[in-house]
Design a protein around this ligand. Structure first.
Ligand code: LLP
Length: 424
C-alpha cells in the first residue's frame, strides 16, 4: 500500500498534502514517509517468521540520522561502509553489536573505530581481501581485542541488473572468489586476534528476479559445508542486499518470496544458521519523493521542455544510470485530456540534466511535480555542482511533518573554503 496517494485530486504524503509541504519548506525538497520506511522494514522482518535473522539496513541508501533513528526504534541492524556511516548509526541510537561493516577499502582509522565502539566493537567486519585481513589482525592485536570477521565471497553470479550496480561477477572489484575465500578463512582461523564469524555475499542492486539470489545462496551454502570439513564453523550468513523495487511497473518478487527463496536454499543444503540481510533500496526507495516546481515552459520545434527547480545535482540517478523515475503532477490532471509529451529538465548547465524524458503530462509553469521512488540513492548522491545548495529533507509522520535536514545556504557552500593572502 503506497503512502503517497491522491486525495480529492491532490497528492498527499501520508495525511499531509504536497502543496502545503511546498508552502512550508519551498521546493525542491525531499519528502519521506515514516510509515513507508516502517512498512518495508517490517515486510522483510516478518517474512522470516521465527527463523533467526537480522535486518541490517544498508545505510548508504539514505543515511539521514532521523531515518536511521526510525529504523533503530524497530530494532534494526545496519550495514555500513565507512567511518562516517558508523558515526551516523551511533548518533542515531543504533546498537554497535548489530552493525556489519562492509566495503573494499576500510582505512586503519575506520577499523580502529569499528573495533572500539560499543561494548565490544561492531558485530562483524566483512573482509574483501587478504591484505585487509592482515591489517585487521594487526590492529586488533595492537588494541588487544578480538575482531569478528566474515569474508565477502564473490559467487560469480550474474545479477542481471545495470552493470554499474552489479557486484557479484568475477570481474568485479568486490569480494573474494571461492578458492581465495577458502584460503582466507583458513588463514583467519589461525590468527590470534581474529574470530571467524560470518560468510557474506552481495551480488548487486535492483535485482528483480529470484534466481540470481538462489544461485548465490547455493554457492555460499556449499562453501559453508566445505569449511566445516576443515573444522571452521560459520556463525552467521550475511546475504547482502539487492532486492529491487517498482520504479516503472516492473514485476517483482515480494519480501516473502525473497525470504522463502533464501530459506529454501538453506534447507536444501541442511543449513540452519542465522541470516543477516542488508537491504537498502527495498526499505528506502519507495519511501521518498523529490518535490519540485516548474520554473519555465520552453517549447521548441522538436520538444517541449518543462524546466524544473531540481536538477541532476539533487537527483543524479537518471543522468548516471539512465534510471527511470516516475514523474507525476501534484494536482491530478488525469481527467484533463490536454496532456503532451515533455522533457523534464533541471537548471544545471549539462545536457545530461534530465530527470525524465518523453513524459505524457499536462503541465504549466508554477506546477508542482513529484519525482517518485527517490527515497534511496537520491539525496545521498546529491552534490553542490553549479553551486546549488542541497534541498532540505522532510519526514512526514501521519499528519505532521518535520524538517530532518535544513536547506543549505551560501555559507554552507563555502564553509571550509579560505581566501588566502596572495603576494600580488
Ligand atoms: N550491501 C552491500 C555490500 C552493498 O554494496 C549494497 C549496495 C547494499 C548492501 C544495498 O543494496 P540494495 O539493497 O540497496 O540494493 N547508487 C546505485 C546503487 C548502488 C548500490 C551499492 N551497494 C543506484 O542508485 O542504483
Amino acid at each position: 500500500m503506497s503512502v503517497f496517494n491522491y486525495r480529492n485530486g491532490v497528492l498527499h504524503a501520508e495525511d499531509v498534502a504536497m502543496p502545503s509541504l511546498a508552502a512550508d519548506y519551498a521546493t525542491p525538497c525531499y519528502i519521506y514517509s515514516r510509515a513507508a520506511f516502517e512498512q518495508h522494514w517490517r515486510a522483510l522482518d516478518e517474512a522470516f517468521h521465527d527463523y533467526p535473522h537480522l535486518i541490517c539496513y544498508a545505510v548508504k541508501a539514505n543515511s539521514n540520522i532521523a531515518i536511521l533513528n526510525v529504523l533503530a526504534r524497530l530494532g534494526s541492524g545496519f550495514d555500513i561502509v565507512s567511518g562516517g556511516e558508523l558515526q551516523r548509526v551511533l548518533a542515531a541510537g543504533g546498537d554497535a553489536d548489530k552493525i556489519v561493516f562492509s566495503g573494499v577499502a576500510k582505512s586503519e582509522e575506520e577499523i580502529r573505530m569499528a573495533l572500539q565502539c560499543g561494548e565490544s566493537g561492531v558485530r562483524c567486519l566483512n573482509i574483501e581481501s587478504h591484505e585487509e585481513l592482515e591489517r585487521i589482525q594487526y590492529i586488533a592485536a595492537d588494541l588487544n581485542v578480538t575482531a569478528r570477521i566474515g569474508i565477502r565471497v564473490n559467487p560469480d553470479v550474474d545479477a542481471r541488473t545495470h552493470p554499474y550496480i552489479a557486484t557479484g561477477l568475477e570481474t568485479a572489484k568486490f569480494g573474494l572468489a571461492v578458492p581465495a575465500a577458502l584460503d582466507a578463512y583458513k588463514a583467519a582461523s589461525k590468527m590470534p586476534n581474529v574470530s571467524v564469524h560470518s560468510m557474506a555475499c552481495h551480488i548487486g542492486s535492483q535485482i528483480t528476479e529470484l534466481q540470481p539470489f538462489a544461485d548465490a545462496v547455493a554457492r555460499i551454502a556449499e562453501l559453508v559445508l566445505e569449511l566445516s570439513e576443515h573444522g571452521i564453523a560459520i556463525q552467521q550468513l550475511d546475504l547482502g542486499g539487492g532486492l529491487g523495487i517498482d520504479y516503472q511497473g516492473e514485476s517483482l518478487p515480494s519480501a516473502q518470496a525473497y525470504v522463502d527463496n533464501i530459506l529454501k536454499q538453506l534447507r536444501d543444503h541442511d543449513i540452519n544458521l542465522p541470516v543477516a540481510i542488508e537491504p537498502g533500496r527495498f526499505i528506502a526507495g519507495n519511501a521518498g519523493v523529490l518535490l519540485t516546481q516548474v520554473e519555465y515552459i520552453k517549447r521548441t520545434e522538436r520538444k517541449n521542455f518543462a524546466i524544473v527547480d531540481a536538477g541532476m545535482n539533487d537527483l543524479m540517478r537518471p543522468s548516471l544510470y539512465q534510471a527511470f523515475h516516475r514523474i507525476s503532477t501534484v494536482i491530478d490532471r488525469a481527467q484533463h485530456n490536454n496532456s503532451e509529451q515533455w522533457e523534464i529538465v533541471g537548471p544545471v548547465c549539462e545536457s545530461a540534466d534530465v530527470l525524465g524524458t518523453e513524459r505524457e503530462l499536462s503541465v504549466t509553469a508554477g506546477d508542482l511535480l513529484c519525482v517518485e521512488s527517490a527515497g534511496a540513492y537520491s539525496f545521498v548522491m546529491s552534490s553542490n555542482y553549479n553551486s546549488r545548495p542541497r534541498p532540505p529533507e522532510i519526514l512526514v509522520d501521519g499528519g505532521s511533518s518535520h524538517i530532518i535536514r535544513e536547506r543549505e545556504v551560501f555559507t554552507d557552500l563555502v564553509s571550509g573554503e579560505r581566501l588566502v593572502e596572495l603576494d600580488n
